[in-house]
Write a protein that binds this ligand. Structure first.
Ligand SMILES: *[C@@H]1O[C@H](CO)[C@@H](O)[C@H](O)[C@H]1NC(C)=O
Ligand SMILES: *[C@@H]1O[C@H](CO)[C@@H](O)[C@H](O)[C@H]1NC(C)=O
Length: 994
């Protein structure tokens, strides 16, 4: 027996091995039997039949998964995908003398791989991929026969033993991606493996540059190194890999142009270099006529799309969005194969939409938004029955929109807004059974809204604003039970508002302003259960305000400039809606505190009393003068904007006993202390003289920063005074909040132009940092669970424990700070309200949640209730369970974690469902984590009313405490958890833009 001298450990096993081979001559089965029984004893599986054949009355060669050679020795062991868990006993396994193939892929095996693996010297095939091992992978220099090595997504960390590869001249498959290795430069050992056919090194923390030696690997068919930190240019040597069929390098930091030589990769079918910083034009790709899928989105490519692409006979996927491409889209593109999708959005493309991309009837998505395309929408797409997403918005398209587009039976979104398209919405829309969103504003659409729109029962958003649509609002629209947002403003609609709109129970936003609607407003609108905004201004509505409207609690309520008359219902707290009743000269009030409106005469609310009129007139005059003087003052203030912070006069409002002065804070608001930037302001870290740290949020006052007001907003009297009072009240309320899981707000320091909020400081960063950034630390399930419960309690307190509920509006893992014991604190609560109070109603969009965490209704409504926080918290729970970010490339086109989870759950494949759990969570806790996932799914239900309150979330979480579940009585909430396994969120693509 010839032994490599470099391997002393092996020789120490020599006596044992000799013993084994002597026995083998006598009874070849006995010792191998014992070794395999050892293996069986070390493993657990939920497949009850898997090990049935593994017993000592059977020959090992008849064991399930075992193959022997003619001499009865085990040569192959294939136990992949058998729900195995446990620690592999390589000391036993590698005593199998003739073992050439070892396959344990797709199981839940955990623990470290012992050095004994290096004794399996005859191995040609080793697959440990898709498991949850830990620790570093051991040196395997002795495995010189290896041809196939699969270690992808197996949980290995630290440094991979790249040097081991030096002796493996036969290696054909090397798959080590999806492991959290330490950052390492692209290993040069790899480019010496001349026989490699398949190289998978995506997502394993590689840095550095691609070595030019890559050109040696001329046998390569597949080369993948996406999701790493590789920079520099793509070496031109890559052009030598003429057998390549797939080249994946997305999400790195490549710069420069596509190298000369790429044109030689004529066998290439799949090429993805998206999400890099590549520039230059695409002309090297002209010759790659076998491309099936080309993905280059989010780069800096410029120039024209090569006309040759139009001749690519196999092309089915083309995604070039977010570049700077110019010129036309080749007109024959997609006309050859079963073309699936095009996304060339957000470029500077001109010319026409290619007409034949759906020629084979398979196209799913036509996305060309935000370009400079002209001409008409080709009529061919009227017949594209497979089309789900049709988005051509923000171009210069003209002509009549082909009627059939409205009736596409599988369309989910039709987005044509911001073009010059004419024509009308046709009765074809009755066939649009899956259509959820219509965005058609700012076009030249005319004609009437057809009655048949009621048959498009999946509609959630209808935006036809700023067109020339005339006629009446069809009564049948009352049948749209999913309709949440209806925007018909700035059209030519007339007639009455149908009473049936009150049957659209999901409506949360209605904007019918700037039409010629007349007659009385239907009382039914006052009974809409989730209405958040109602704008009926600038119409010709008459009659009294229905008493039912006083039930509404809206964030936007505007009935101004109509012909409304009579007394305002006493309980209608219209003062909250500044100016919302103006321009209705016949309205009167019976409320003595309201001086801006005429008083109703006691006898007849409608009578026009001359004296009242006179009084109103004088009051109006006084107010006008007051307004003018305030306006002048305001103007003056704006001229002083460029002063430094210190020169302003500051007003400190403290709500705790403070151990610092305002000067101490103001002195520290400078660049070098900046620790964060957000939509609403910057965050600074301030170290006080006593060594204590504080976090200070500097909120800009947009009103005085020259930001444009929305075009319809009339200047409001005394706005400044009212708003800053509101701000103070808001800060006061928030600073009275005391809870262990909520960050303390110490005080606010305000000046005319900006505001500072002073908070407790937490040096450990946020949950986001721990889970997703390189500051991350391993959080075991118990810690994650404690963080979930603590954060839930903080939110519960905000929602239910304060005088009035505080809606956070931006719940996300980066707003959950962790102290030194990893106890969570909710930060930035109520900020939306503060910012809003500070800058006025026009700026509600300033704090609008964070992509990936935003509840679906937030897109449709201004005002929202606590349930938006519950939704976002559900997303945080999903992050904790899966370890994934709310938006990950792997979720596919524009999907988020909620949709991803739901699609997994719908597969009803237990194994796949449990596989969602973060591989960093120990096996024993996976079931526990799934309990929390169930709660997360409830929290992210699409319909807000169906989501649990934070109070019941806390109860449910407490019931899901790891290993304490046995014997817990099933509560009501647990019960509903079972019923609601699949929330509707999964059924509806909720992206509003892109
Ligand atoms: C269990 O293992 C047996 C033997 O390999 C296999 O035929 C069967 O499909 C497995 N059952 C499941 C549920 O995976
Ligand atoms: C990247 O690798 C990690 C393990 O390190 C895995 O959990 C994650 O799913 C991988 N990401 C993708 C996009 O495959």
């Amino acid at each position: 027996m010839l032994l490599p001298s470099t391997f002393p450990r092996f020789s120490s096993l020599l006596p044992l091995l000799c013993f084994v081979s002597i026995l083998a001559g006598v009874n070849s089965d006995e010792p191998e039997l014992q070794l395999l029984l050892n293996l069986k004893a070390a493993l657990q599986t939920s497949n009850t039949t898997m090990f049935d054949s593994w017993n000592n009355s059977n020959s090992v060669c008849r064991f399930n998964g075992i193959t022997c050679n003619s001499r009865g020795s085990v040569t192959e062991m294939d136990l992949s995908n058998h729900m195995l868990s446990g620690v592999l006993p390589f000391d036993s396994i590698c005593q199998l003398q003739s073992l050439e193939k070892l396959s344990f892929g797709f199981n839940s095996l955990y623990g470290n791989i012992s050095n004994d693996l290096s004794n399996c010297v005859k191995l040609k095939y080793l697959d440990l991929g898709n498991n949850i091992f830990s620790g570093t992978f051991p040196d395997i220099s002795t495995l010189t026969q290896l041809k196939y090595l699969y270690l992808n997504q197996s949980g290995f960390s630290g440094t991979f033993p790249w040097k081991s590869l030096q002796n493996m001249a036969n290696l054909e498959v090397l798959s080590v991606g999806d492991n959290p290795f330490d950052l390492t430069p692209f290993p040069t050992e790899v480019v010496k493996l001349k026989n490699l056919k398949w190289l998978y090194m995506s997502n394993c923390t590689l840095g550095g540059k691609i070595p030019t030696g890559i050109g040696n690997l001329t046998e390569l068919i597949n080369l993948e190194f996406s999701d790493n930190f590789i920079s520099g240019e793509i070496p031109s040597e890559i052009g030598k890999l003429q057998n390549l069929w797939q080249l994946e390098m997305y999400n790195n930091s490549f710069t420069g142009k596509l190298p000369y030589g790429l044109r030689n990769l004529t066998k290439l079918e799949f090429f993805d270099a998206s999400m890099n910083n590549l520039a230059g034009n695409l002309s090297e790709l002209r010759f790659l006529s076998n491309l099936v899928s080309l993905q280059l989105f989010e780069n800096e490519f410029s120039g024209e799309i090569p006309p040759e692409f139009g001749e690519f006979r196999k092309l089915v996927n083309l995604s070039l969005y977010r570049n700077s491409l110019t010129g036309p889209i080749p007109q024959k593109i997609g006309s050859w194969a079963e073309f699936d999708y095009i996304d060339v959005s957000e470029n500077f493309l001109t010319g026409l939409i290619p007409p034949d991309m759906c020629k084979q009837g398979k196209m799913h998505a036509l996305l060309v938004l935000q370009n400079k395309l002209t001409g008409e929408i080709p009529a061919t797409y009227s017949n594209c029955l497979s089309l789900r997403r049709f988005r051509v918005s923000n171009n210069s398209l003209s002509g009549v929109i082909p009627p059939g587009i409205w009736g596409l039976p599988n369309a989910e979104i039709i987005d044509i807004e911001l073009n010059r398209l004419g024509g009308s919405i046709t009765s074809d829309i009755k066939n649009a059974k899956t259509l959820a969103q219509i965005f058609a504003s700012q076009n030249l659409l005319s004609g009437e809204i057809p009655e048949e729109i009621s048959k498009a029962t999946s509609l959630v958003t209808v935006d036809l604003s700023e067109n020339q649509i005339s006629g009446k609002i069809p009564t049948s629209m009352g049948e749209l039970k999913q309709l949440s947002s209806l925007s018909l403003q700035s059209n030519k609609l007339f007639g009455s508002i149908p009473d049936s709109l009150g049957s659209c129970v999901s409506l949360s936003d209605i904007n019918l302003s700037q039409n010629s609607l007349s007659e009385k407003m239907p009382p039914s609108l006052g009974f809409l259960p989730v209405l958040n905004s109602l704008n009926l201004s600038r119409n010709e509505l008459s009659g009294e305000i229905p008493a039912s409207f006083s039930r509404l609690r809206l964030s936007l309520f505007d009935l101004s400039n109509n012909k409304l008359a009579g007394p305002i219902p006493l309980s209608l707290s219209f003062q909250a809606y500044n100016g919302s009743l103006e321009g209705n000269s016949d309205l009167c009030t019976m409320d003595v505190d309201i001086t801006s409106l005429k008083r109703c005469s006691v006898r007849s609310g409608n009578s026009r009393h001359f004296r009242t009129l006179l009084v109103c007139f004088s009051i109006g005059l006084v107010l006008l003068l007051l307004y003018l003087s305030l306006y002048m003052q305001q103007k003056k203030k704006e001229n002083y904007r460029e002063r430094s912070l210190k020169e302003e006069s500051w007003d400190i409002k403290s709500f705790h006993v403070l151990s610092f002065t305002e000067d101490e804070i103001l002195d520290s608001i400078k660049e070098e202390n900046l620790i964060g930037k957000g939509g609403s302001g910057n965050v600074y870290r301030v170290t006080l003289s006593n060594g204590k740290d504080l976090a200070v949020k500097h909120i800009w006052n947009t009103d005085s920063s020259g930001r444009k007001r929305s075009r319809s907003s009339a200047p409001m009297i005394g706005k400044r005074g009212v708003k800053s009072k509101e701000f103070d009240a808001e800060v006061q309320a928030l600073s009275s909040i005391r809870h262990v899981n909520v960050v303390k707000l110490y005080c606010s320091i305000t000046s005319k132009d900006s505001n500072l909020l002073v908070y407790e400081y937490f040096p450990n960063g946020s949950l986001w940092d721990m889970l997703h950034t390189n500051k991350k630390m391993e959080l075991d399930w118990e810690t994650r669970y404690e963080i979930a419960v603590g954060a839930a309690k903080g939110l519960e307190y905000l929602h239910h424990g304060c005088e009035r509920p505080v809606i956070h509006r931006d719940v996300k893992s980066s707003n959950i700070l962790l102290d030194e014991f990893l106890k969570p604190r909710i930060a930035d609560f109520g900020l939306a309200k503060i910012v809003q109070a500070n800058v006025g109603k026009d700026s509600t969009h300033l704090v609008a949640g964070t992509h990936g965490y935003i509840a679906p209704e937030y897109g449709y409504t201004y005002k929202v209730n606590e349930k938006i926080d519950v939704y976002s918290f559900g997303v945080v729970l999903m992050e904790l369970v899966t370890g994934k970010r709310p938006i990950e490339p792997e979720f596919g086109e524009k999907e988020d974690i909620v949709n991803w989870v739901c699609s997994k759950v719908q597969q009803e494949n237990r194994e796949k469902i449990v596989a969602m759990v973060d591989s960093r969570i120990a096996d024993v806790y996976r079931e526990e984590a799934m309990k929390v996932m169930r709660i997360a799914i409830m929290c992210t239900a699409r319909v807000p009313a169906v989501r649990p309150t934070m109070r019941s979330v806390v109860h449910m979480l407490e019931a899901a405490e790891p290993f304490k579940l046995v014997g817990i009585v099933v509560t009501k909430d647990d019960d509903s958890a079972k019923k609601m396994q699949v929330p509707e969120a999964a059924k509806l693509p909720l992206d509003l833009k892109n």
